[in-house]
Design a protein around this ligand. Sequence first.
Ligand SMILES: NC(=O)c1ccc[n+]([C@@H]2O[C@H](COP(=O)([O-])OP(=O)(O)OC[C@H]3O[C@@H](n4cnc5c(N)ncnc54)[C@H](OP(=O)(O)O)[C@@H]3O)[C@@H](O)[C@H]2O)c1
Length: 334
Amino acid sequence: MSEVDVVAGRVLVTGGTGSWGHELCKQLLTHADIDEIIILSRNEHKQVEMQREFDNPKLTFVIGDVRDKESLKKAMYGVDYVFHLAALKHVPVCEQNSWQSVETNIIGTHNVVMCAIDCHVKYVVDVSTDKAVEPHNIYGITKACGEKLITNAQHNYKSNTKFVCIRGGNVMGTNGSVLPLFKKQISQFNKVTVTDPNMTRFLMSTKEAINLIFEAVKIAKGGETFVMRMPAISVEQIAKTMIQKYGNKNTVIDVIGARPAEKMHEVLVSRSEIPRTYELNERYFVIIPEYGEERFSDILKSSKKTELTEFSSHNAPVLTNEVFLKQIEKEDWS
Ligand SMILES: NC(=O)c1ccc[n+]([C@@H]2O[C@H](COP(=O)([O-])OP(=O)(O)OC[C@H]3O[C@@H](n4cnc5c(N)ncnc54)[C@H](OP(=O)(O)O)[C@@H]3O)[C@@H](O)[C@H]2O)c1
């Protein structure tokens, strides 16, 4: 069974027109047991573009807003799986529009939970971020609240729905990612602007990001948070590798200083979560919730409690230049 085969029937993807949504739909559509994928988002233009790009009768596009419970519920009737991707995710935008990020990332996630219970959905997977761990900015804070709403839902409500979270690092080439920005800066100005060269970030490919979702569905009992043991890289190394690939001997690195609310290093598993963190295999960690340990007896028996003290981009395996270059070559950021 391939990873994608764990999902079947009718699927709702909130925020399905975004970067993760495109890759998720692409992978889901390779699987014959998918009857329908409903994409809920606000912007009609992005939906029309995606419809033309995919040209697949299994995709249904619904204009809706996760803040609006009614539109969400209508889209969720008869759905087996919900992948909750809709979010405001740009750190500076969220800082400047703090309440808007609360409305989308917190109220929107609460609405997803409530509608999923009412509609008897089998699984809800919430896509979260390393920025939700020990958060320094409102984006991270709202995503941390979203995580809690999802994992607590398993405990707080009597329902058959399984609620799970996955946490990703930076996904290469997604909307707003630094990699397409660097590529553009090199071609337009022959320079890249870096905040702080010593800053480190987790990096994963879109394929790895989607595999993490499927891995979570395959194993989840409900209430867990799944994390990939992904490598990290310094911002300086990202810039140097991008210059090696797209620049020339005159390309310069312009250091502009960290932006407000930015961290030097990101954390995927915090010190306080470590006592509840198990190594499922070489690739994945699972953090079990603070309650109901007995439900996870399979994981407790078959997996090793991690010996790390935290999993941070500072102590993670380093993404080598060679592997990073290969990944850049596979991506299309035009
Ligand atoms: N990209 C990364 O590196 C990364 C890393 C870790 C986690 N994540 C998480 O992964 C998820 C997807 O990220 P992405 O990179 O795919 O983002 P993206 O490309 O910006 O896509 C966001 C999607 O959400 C939709 N959306 C925004 N507000 C909405 C609302 N109120 N109601 C319904 N839909 C709404 C957008 O469409 P409209 O604007 O048309 O509504 C779009 O389809 C997010 O939850 C993000 O926090 C991303």
